[in-house]
Design a protein. Structure first.
Lengths: 523, 523
């Protein structure tokens, strides 16, 4: 089973069915398949070689899906690029991957102009919705129309061949390319179907950025079952709600900050979202308070949290918010990221690799056919992360007697203050409960007395007022004294990653840099 | 991934959850797991060796599931036995498999006494609910209680190792043992989860006999997702309906004759079957008329047909009876057995192995990780059936432009009369539409004029009256003249296989034997 087989199946079984809804465009699977054939022909004609790398820098659109399938048809390795990176970071990734080809949309032409001088291996650039620009750039649509369709794949893919390269920013150092094989991608596609119960009645909205695996996996899963793809250029609460209503979307995945945006959108109840059956979220934990608010906006919808990493392609655990969790005797599980899904092994281990006892904190490790082959040209980091087939997440967690995993913190996010360990998510949960709070991040900052001090960075809702003392008093109700932020900063917004996750590393970095400057030593 | 991993997962994630409902017995997954540990210990102590074969001859009961898991723990190959076979047939299978061990229930002790003198390799027999009988037989429950639990598997199973041997009667010759590997069994378990959308909320009733793969697959699928097993010793319409109501069964698989029995059960509307979400059926096609009747008994339930063979472990195609099929524009698909499920390739080919054109008749062939390794010690039959990884079903079908497959007949069931091909299911469908008909089989019988004559064998509903002429007149409305049975026999019942399928080979055999006796030559 290969990625291309998912599209071939849809072409054979669902030729006339709606595959694509993208703005005013509608393509059946027969039409989508024919476009992929022609795009593959155009890419091959432009010199793309089996095994070569091809970057993609686009908003969510049908051409993203087409490029995923066409690149694989030619035999190339796809490198999706985060649109929010700086020009030099993008050039670094393209050079690191030695990408020969790039597909971009017109929106990103200015960004391309800013980094193209720094790239060393690019030979050909296709622009979606763009104009021809001398010899260097050619138009996606006109190349596609003019090309000879590529009927047969140019490469005899093996399951263990690397087919996609996802660069993860990581908390330190340069981005690393996560190598996913055909087998990894297919294993996760199966897991997605099993966990989310997809079939050909499903309509999926590409709501989070397609360069991130949190959405990308759906490209072949939805195709495999013969479902329908709906594309949102960028996420806005109203745009998303409108797509749900207009296209009768049945399943979706968002990140918690997006759900938070919907919860705070006053017009949300005006949209008919009755077709939605399942709303999943991942990438970061969701404060319980916000989860309950979201459930009241979508009372007929099943909510599910998914946990995983790019390195696990990405799903590893799932938590379905059944009634016994939301309203019943198992309310404690609201704070869990769920249990291993069928087909993936997930354990929580101590530093010697032994399973921790229920309640003790250890590191989440994962194994299965979905686990990456390694980091591109980084054998040392690979062997540090992948040990005996187990990928080490860096996430610290506890596990209960029934396998429910509770992330207490990213390993690097643990705050040690006055000898006590404080897990920042616990503090954030407390802060989020205050009605004036829109978003919050808690970090450890250097402190001459405590070593590290618990520090809150908070965004208030529009028009809301709150002081640090009031917030501390409020938190005192729910968490121990040593966990309460000793300092709070109110800011207009928080830095986020391309997928909408709050970038705690960036917030933390600023404080530690100042500390280094003041003390002259690295902490 | 191995069969044992499905149980280990359930023990780890669902230790306190109800695993088993069997009469008055209730076992959690912790309890079921502990019983399997002890049974495995008892089997190992009784001399069962890794790689050896162990037969099972039981009605549906929890011990069947336990034996499936315990045999695999020891490393043995399970051989489920059809309870309706004659003593000499059972002895043939046990000798052919060289089985050293046997587990039976007390109900089958008389049958055991009738064949045990003919077996040549049996060393040990465990009897469920039985008494010790000298040295030869020992009691399942007391051996289980007294044994040392087997904590670790005795065999390092590889995915390609044969783990189960299912004897299929076939239409001619001696039964053949279908060799299923660990990988086959796990592939089908995944397919089952994907197609039927199982999760830990599901409650499954073992309604068809567990010796047949039509039910056996559920043993590890339901365990894998942490669902609940309900056992019915034998199928009766009322017993089945009571189980649905009492245990809130959510998913079930029956054969059409069983569904027919429920449709004709006057008390059916008295049972609360509201928990049932999906009713699947397989093993033979269901007359459209009966399907509609069944839908009116279970109006809230999704109906799904599954097609496959023991050789495909077993699922290959599925048809969900959506509204557009039942009431809408795609009514023609009511006669289809569906389309290939994700993960299995299904084609309809001509004699040279090329895909037939839509509408042309060819043979159904199937390929995928679920396809058997071959027939036990039958290399020639294996190479005849398995070619380039494609299992040749012997079923003749057409396929439409969207992959819907229409079985026109078992290859051996095609009737050639006066130079015209008649597919017996088409004639049966016509007969079933008559309100007086309970069951019907159509076969070709020797005829001096036509070569073969279309012959109907019909069971009428209690108290109903019908003549052959009236039936012919009735059929004339819906099928061509040459397809109408030229002779009809009314009988009190039809011979059935152990799984409840009408045994057309047995009906046909009688006529051809008489013909041979009369003409002195084999036809």
């Amino acid at each position: 089973m290969l990625i291309q087989d998912t599209l071939e199946r849809a072409r054979r079984l669902y030729p006339q069915k709606q595959a694509v809804i993208d703005g005013d465009r509608r393509f059946s699977y027969a039409e989508l398949g024919a476009r992929v054939d022609r795009l593959a022909g155009a890419l091959a004609a432009s010199g793309l070689q089996p095994g070569a790398r091809i970057g993609v820098l686009m908003q969510n659109r049908c051409e993203y899906t087409e490029t995923y399938f066409a690149a694989e048809r030619v035999g190339a390795v796809l490198v999706p690029l985060n649109q929010r990176l700086a020009p030099l970071e993008l050039a670094f990734i393209l050079n690191d991957a030695q990408a020969t080809h790039l597909v971009i949309d017109a929106v990103h032409l200015p960004l391309y102009q800013a980094f193209c001088g720094e790239t060393t291996t690019l030979q050909s650039v296709l622009v979606v919705d763009g104009e021809r620009d001398g010899d260097a750039l050619s138009s996606y649509e006109s190349e596609l129309s003019a090309s000879d369709p590529l009927a047969a794949p140019l490469r005899d893919w093996q399951p263990d061949d690397v087919v996609q390269l996802y660069y993860t920013s990581g908390t330190t150092g340069r981005p690393k390319g996560v190598m996913l094989t055909q087998a990894n991608v297919i294993a996760n596609a199966l897991n997605g179907i099993m966990v989310m119960h997809f079939d050909d009645r499903d309509i999926w909205v590409h709501g989070t950025p397609m360069f991130h695996l949190a959405d990308a996996w759906s490209s072949w899963t939805i195709t495999w079952v013969g479902g329908t793809h709906v594309y949102l250029r960028e996420f806005t609460p109203v745009g998303y709600l409108r797509a749900l209503a207009e296209h009768r979307v049945t399943v979706s995945l968002l990140v918690p900050t997006m759900i938070n945006g919907i919860v705070n959108e006053p017009s949300a109840p005006d949209f008919d979202t009755s077709a939605l059956r399942l709303l999943t979220f991942g990438a970061s934990p969701m404060p319980v308070d916000r989860l309950r608010a979201a459930m009241s906006v979508f009372p007929h919808v099943t909510f599910m949290q998914l946990y995983g990493m790019t390195e696990t392609a990405p799903f590893a655990t799932a938590l379905r918010y059944d009634d016994d969790i939301v309203n019943g005797p198992h309310g404690r599980r609201l704070a869990s990221c769920g249990r291993e899904i069928a087909g993936v092994s997930v354990r929580v281990v101590d530093e010697s690799g032994r399973d921790v006892m229920p309640g003790d904190v250890g590191e989440i490790v994962m194994r299965g056919p979905n686990v990456m082959k390694g980091y591109w040209q980084q054998p040392e980091v690979t062997s540090d992360t992948l040990r005996d087939g187990w990928v080490h997440s860096g996430d610290m967690a506890t596990v209960d007697g029934e396998g429910y995993i509770f992330i207490v913190d990213r390993r690097k996010d643990m705050i040690i203050t006055g000898g006590e360990n404080v897990y920042s998510t616990e503090v954030e949960d407390a802060i989020y409960q205050h009605p004036a709070v829109l978003e919050a991040a808690v970090i450890g900052v250097p402190d001459p007395y405590w070593g590290e001090r618990v520090h809150g960075v908070v965004v208030l809702k529009e028009g809301a007022q709150l002081t640090a003392d009031e917030l501390a008093t409020f938190c005192r109700r729910s968490i121990a004294g040593y966990k309460i932020p000793r300092s709070v900063e109110f800011v207009p917004d928080l830095p986020k990653t391309g997928s909408g996750k709050i970038q705690k590393a960036a917030i933390r970095e600023r404080y530690w840099r100042e500390h280094e400057a003041a003390t002259g030593r690295r902490v």
